[in-house]
Design a protein around this ligand. Structure first.
Ligand code: S3P
Length: 743
């Protein structure tokens, strides 16, 4: 609810304690005009004078009883240790129906005092804590916008009067704050960890260094790092002394946990245990980056008032030059998984630094594996052996990545510890029974949410038994999941596929020295062998190259060279299909790199024609259909796809979402249960939705090359899952697509 300023709906606000926070609250409220009058109370005469002079309050009172009589809202903004005494004074007054609230930065001590003093009449007390501040202090620094876009945490008690809570919540929102509600204990623990402990360390470190005279010299050489780290040691000592005394229990708990970790670091340095140090530092660095990203995203979201990342693709253009697309996603995932399970150190080059593959790295870091990088595609994995994984400290979050979740399910089903796997809203809708069911047949204990969706709760400590499994669908993820479980399951595990699917797991297991037998359509492993560390060079991802293969084919006057692309025969369906449609693609410089075939692909524009796509090519081009549908829309005649019902359970329902988008651009596209029928013809400009599916977003970007008007593509943020620099490379090659507002 937002209220009109200038129309008071409440009587009197009393603010007790006219410092920076109390003064800013009073001033903001006064400017919003919600109260008939704002009255300040402070022991210091000078503060009262300034508050009136600067328009922070309407007037001041020296006597608490006079000020509070008939008040609607009383805001207690005194130092935290003075809060108990103030509550005692208020407890002796008749406060009528006044709502009582506070701004103390620790809540347990205030709430305990309130309960003692008001016995069972804490109904109209709403404890609060604005997380805002400034280098300046005092009422002279009062700033009506201090709380805008800052968090205010309310910690309502169980018995609170809902109307009182709603009112306090509304007042903070009026000042532009993001209000959250939390339990008292949780608030104090969170603040102890994120604010109080860092202040303690900063104060403590600066004092410890400064009091040893021999160290004074080093301050002269203190560089930016020291200055950044110790900035908060310049905070108000009295206020912080109050906070530590008020939040003693939570601070001690966090401090003790930290002391244990610090002792472990000390022991590692003492013992020359670089592995431990590297583990702590790499994990911390990622956590810090993640934290900055969250903050940056928040700023972005605040600025845009929405999560929608829109690509704007201008019509026309042609492609030329040479492009190297990022590393193969499937191989990148597997390099981390097998590298982690190997004995020794695996070096990876060409790793895809997209969000999906990074989620896999994070999962293994959570399970205690030390992983350096990625830095310019180089990753170093310090393998822990097949039995060396440790339980993750909490649920493992896999973002948008179905491959991570399904492959990890197999691996984790065989570990001695429990695990929980979660993902983003798109991943949370994807079917997991396809892995849970066969894993259960091997003896795994796995719970899913309704209809076999994530999260997956995997119970450790089960003895798995190898088995033969005939996959009902052609899925490399299911096959790989079972082969990974098979590394641990007693005896042999074999998987047959109804049609060939990507075989990167089989190839890479062999690369790590683990025997895999492949006969016909069946892959087999037996338990009891080891993985030895190796070097992996990840080729460029043919699934990312596919956007450029189609783009250069449909845009007249194009010739483009795609460098170092993986052409594993289980992945080249897109080349075969485009060639059947009349595409002009040649393979140059074919070679084998680390067990995977690679080539440079030269593609020239061509007049495409519609075809019936052979069903045996479907699993070999499974991820490339969204962009192949764009090729079909640009081809002469009709293209028919059948036997591709799997497309309905990818990052989005790719049949429906592509059909909707194509229709919005004036293309005749008719979805069928297991495919689509597309009539080639003109493409208009228009508005389409990617539904958070990276490949849909990139496909419609490609469509613009033949569109008669601009295409606006909504919901494109997930392009970063598989193709971090898509917009940059697209622009270099000649596709006129950019983030809306940035072109
Ligand atoms: C993948 C297998 C395919 C593919 C996915 C990656 C893999 O999924 O669509 O993008 O790395 O094993 P399915 O196994 O579900 O077909």
């Amino acid at each position: 609810m937002s209220l009109q300023s200038g129309s008071p709906i409440l009587g009197r606000l009393v603010v007790i304690g006219l410092g920076l926070i109390g003064g800013s609250f009073a001033k903001g409220m006064r400017e919003r005009g919600l109260f008939f009058e704002v009255v300040g109370v402070d022991l210091d005469a000078e503060s009262r004078r300034i508050a009136v002079d600067k328009g922070v309050v309407d007037r001041c009172e020296t006597d608490l009883a006079t000020a509070c009589q008939g008040a609607d809202v009383i805001q207690m903004a005194v130092p935290i240790l003075a809060m108990e005494r103030l509550l005692g004074q208020l407890g002796r007054l008749d406060l009528g129906d006044a709502i009582l609230t506070d701004v103390g930065s620790a809540k347990g001590s205030v709430v305990r005092a309130a309960r003692r003093i008001f016995a069972d009449t804490t109904l109209r007390f709403v404890p609060g804590h604005p997380i805002a501040g400034s280098e300046k202090s005092g009422v002279e620094a009062a700033n009506a916008t201090l709380f805008r876009r800052h968090k205010v945490i309310l910690t309502p008690l169980e018995e609170v009067d809902q109307a009182a809570l709603t009112r306090v919540d509304m007042l903070w929102r009026e000042l532009g704050a993001d209000v959250e509600h939390m339990q008292v204990e949780h608030h104090d623990d969170v603040l102890a960890a994120t604010s109080h402990l860092p202040h303690l360390l900063a104060f403590g470190l600066v004092d410890s260094l400064a009091k040893r005279s021999e160290n004074l010299e080093i301050f002269r050489y203190a560089a930016g790092g020291f200055r950044d780290f110790t900035r908060i040691a310049g905070s108000d000592p009295v206020m912080w002394h109050d906070i530590f005394l008020a939040n003693r229990e939570s601070v001690l708990r966090t401090l003790d946990a930290f002391r244990d970790d610090l002792d472990a670091l000390r022991a590692a340095i003492d013992a020359g245990d670089g592995h431990h140090l590297l583990g702590v530092f790499t994990r911390a660095r990622v956590a810090r980056e993640h934290f900055s990203k969250i903050l940056a995203r928040r700023a972005y979201v605040d600025a845009m008032h929405s999560k929608d990342l829109i690509f704007l693709a201008q019509p026309g253009g042609s492609l030329s030059g040479r492009v190297r697309v990022p590393g193969d996603k499937s191989i990148s995932h597997r390099s981390i998984m097998l590298g982690s399970l190997a004995e020794g150190t695996t070096e990876v080059e060409g790793f895809l630094e997209g969000e999906d593959a990074l989620a896999t790295i994070q999962a293994f870091r959570d399970m205690g594996v030390v992983i350096e990088g990625p830095h310019h595609g180089r990753v170093t994995v310090h393998g822990v052996g097949l039995k060396g994984l440790k339980p993750a400290p909490g649920p493992i979050y896999l973002g948008n990545s179905g491959t991570s979740m399904r492959l990890l399910a197999g691996l984790l089903a065989a570990q001695p510890f429990d695990s929980v796997l979660t993902g983003d809203p798109s991943l949370s809708k994807r079917p997991m029974n396809r892995v849970a069911k066969p894993l259960r047949e091997m003896g795994a204990v796995i719970e899913t949410a309704a209809e076999g969706r994530p999260p997956l709760t995997i119970r450790g400590g089960q003895r798995l038994t190898g088995m033969h499994y005939e996959m009902p669908m052609a899925s490399a993820q299911v096959k790989s999941c079972l082969l990974l479980a098979g590394l641990y399951a007693a005896g042999e595990t074999s998987v047959s596929e109804p049609a060939p699917t990507r075989d990167h797991t089989e190839r890479m297991l062999r690369g790590f020295g683990y025997p895999v037998e492949v006969k016909g359509n069946t892959a087999r492993v037996e338990t009891g062998h080891k993985l030895g560390a190796t070097r992996i060079e990840v080729p460029a991802d043919i699934s990312s190259a596919a956007f450029f293969l189609v783009a250069a084919s449909i845009a007249e006057g194009s010739e483009l060279l795609l460098e170092h692309v993986g052409i594993n025969p289980t992945r080249t369906g897109v080349i075969d299909i485009l060639r059947l449609m009349g595409g002009d693609i040649t393979l140059e410089n074919e070679r084998e790199v680390g067990g995977e075939p690679v080539a440079d692909l030269r593609v020239r524009s061509a007049k495409l024609k519609g075809i019936d796509i052979p069903e045996d090519l479907v699993p070999l081009a499974i991820d490339e259909f969204p962009v192949l549908f764009i090729a079909a829309a640009c081809a002469e005649g009709r293209t028919v796809l059948r036997g591709a019902e799997e497309l309905r359970v990818k990052e989005s329902d790719r049949i429906q979402v592509m059909a909707d988008g194509l229709q919005a651009l004036g293309v005749k596209a008719e979805p069928t249960p297991d495919g689509i029928i597309i009539e080639g013809g003109p493409i208009a400009g228009g508005e389409v939705w990617a539904h958070g599916d990276h490949r849909i977003a990139m496909s419609f970007s490609v469509a613009s090359l033949r569109a008669s008007g601009a295409i606006r593509i909504h919901d494109c943020a997930n392009v970063a899952t598989s193709f971090p620099n898509f917009l940059g490379l697209a622009a270099t090659a000649g596709i006129r697509v950019a983030e809306e507002g940035q072109a």
